[in-house]
Design a protein around this ligand. Structure first.
Ligand code: P61
Length: 467
């Protein structure tokens, strides 16, 4: 049971951006032109945009004011030092290297820590994180608990690591082949699921025995901390800020996409407690991002990030943020729509296998469902299934992930409860005519992160390849 129920937004709205409504005919045309891939739609053809919570949140008046305080010096910008202070104060990491966004940090960190042939265990893959691990010569191994693969399991901490799985990986490959364990708070691909503090502590103890680092993908750490506060024994009396800091203290370094939790439209960083890793990262950032005091960002971006970090760990903010997501989730549950349980903190994930049981995974049910939802109402969602999982880097075989999901991702501080009602109604309408939805065929497949730019065409009803 959640400890707090009231979640009214702790802000009022000062500026609005009009939305565009379209007709069904216009949307069908737009979807066809986009190759049935919601990433390829033009934003002006979208009504309610739940593609992602990345870079799509609304900044506060303090953040906008911060933009005006940008110190656009090439070197040593005052905003860099503000950001460094915020990272130390709220997350506790010693050294900071700003980057243009999360994957910039992943690139640098993977190149520094991973050698060809290394193994990187983690609590489920994330697309960009795993790709950078592979490009550096590593192999990702999933050590998340089995419950994470089951959309119906109500286990509250599906982001937990299965320590026995990790022990087996260490036994098989040896600790010297494992540069770090990669831990995400929360786990995006599992449906926005948190890891428990107790599990992270046990992981810390185990990795310490073997001299293995923990690297923290802290993209949604405040949301994870909120779930710990709400659900974990003994944590209810603590603030989200305290829990965030403790999570970080159990790890050795981090990569951050500040476009999520930290409430900015662009930005990220790499942080570490190790001086040698920091030195190497400062060497590398100048090759790939920019000088070590701006890392591809403008001074104003760093200022907005420093302020956003502080806002992101406030209890009233995070309660309202997650409260809104759960509001949508509960509506869908009440309508009998199959969603991943428990509800995620940054979005609600439709279980496309259960929604469209007549479609085989080879006809891309989640991709097809996201396309249908857009054509129904102009709500844009994202596929998180077989298309996102891509191919095995050595065999070239397509992965067949257990989870075949459509993510309805909620930007922070952007939409209202009425928008959530419209979304729920749109999903319901698609659900009512689900039997008539046919799958898709992929007609263009890019080499890296194929889901972003792949193109599809509908399989005609009754066609032979509806295997
Ligand atoms: C998202 F379809 N996430 O959820 P960057 N770690 C984690 C993320 O969620 C994340 C990054 C690292 C996005 C954007 C996105 O397959 C996709 O700042 C837990 O985006 O470089 C990003 O951070 C990378 C969407 C990324 C995707 C990859 O919508």
């Amino acid at each position: 049971m959640a400890r707090s129920s009231a979640w009214a937004e702790p802000f009022k709205i000062k500026m609005v951006e009009p939305l565009t409504m379209t007709t069904r005919e216009q949307r069908e045309k737009a979807m066809e032109e986009a190759g049935y891939n919601t990433f390829l739609l033009k934003s002006e053809d979208v009504y309610i945009d739940l593609l992602t919570d990345s870079g799509t949140s609304a900044m506060s008046d303090r953040q906008w004011a911060g933009l005006m305080l940008g110190d656009e010096a090439y070197a040593g910008s005052r905003n860099y030092y503000h950001l460094e202070d915020a990272v130390k104060r709220y997350y506790g990491y010693k050294h900071l290297v700003p980057t243009h966004q999360g994957r910039g940090a992943e690139n640098i960190l993977s190149r520094i820590l991973i050698k060809p042939g290394d193994i990187v265990p983690g609590n489920m893959y994330f697309t960009t994180t795993k790709l950078h691990q592979e490009l550096a010569g590593g192999t990702f191994v999933d050590i998340i608990i089995d419950e994470a693969q089951d959309p119906r399991s109500n286990f509250p901490f599906k982001g937990n690591v299965d320590l026995a799985k990790l022990e087996r990986v260490i036994g098989e490959h040896g600790a010297e082949k494992i540069p770090y364990v990669s831990i995400a708070t929360t786990v995006n691909m599992a449906g926005g699921q948190p890891i428990a503090l107790a599990n992270l502590k046990a992981l810390r103890a185990l990795t310490a025995r073997h001299g293995i680092r923990i690297i923290h993908d802290m993209t949604r750490v405040a949301e994870n901390a909120y779930m710990i506060q709400q659900l974990e024994d003994g944590q209810g009396g603590r603030s989200v800020a305290e829990i965030v800091k403790e999570i970080c203290s159990l790890t050795d370094g981090a990569t951050m996409s500040a476009k999520k939790d930290a409430l900015v439209n662009i930005g990220g960083f790499m942080a570490t407690n190790e001086w040698e890793v920091f030195e190497e990262a400062r060497n590398m950032v100048v090759v790939y991002e920019g000088l070590h005091t701006y890392g591809g960002l403008a001074g104003r971006d760093m200022e907005a990030m420093a302020i956003g970090i502080e806002e992101s760990v406030q209890d009233d903010h995070i309660r309202a943020r997650v409260g809104q997501v759960f509001y949508l989730g509960q509506k869908l549950i009440d309508l009998g729509i199959p969603i991943v349980r428990p509800m995620g903190t940054h979005g609600i994930f439709l279980d496309a296998k259960a929604f469209l049981p007549h479609l085989p995974q080879t006809s891309f049910p989640a991709q097809a469902l996201a396309a249908e939802l857009y054509m129904e109402s102009g709500v844009r969602a994202m596929e998180r299934g077989i298309v996102s999982a891509g191919r095995d880097k050595t065999t070239g075989e397509e992965y067949r992930p257990e989870l075949e999901l459509v993510r309805l991702t909620i930007p922070r501080r952007v939409y209202t409860q009425a928008h959530m009602d419209v979304v729920a109604q749109s999903v319901q309408r698609v659900h009512e005519r689900r039997d008539r939805i046919t799958g898709l065929r992929m007609i263009y497949e890019p080499r890296y992160l194929r889901f972003f730019q792949a193109r599809f065409e509908p399989i005609e009803p009754g066609a032979a390849d509806q295997r």
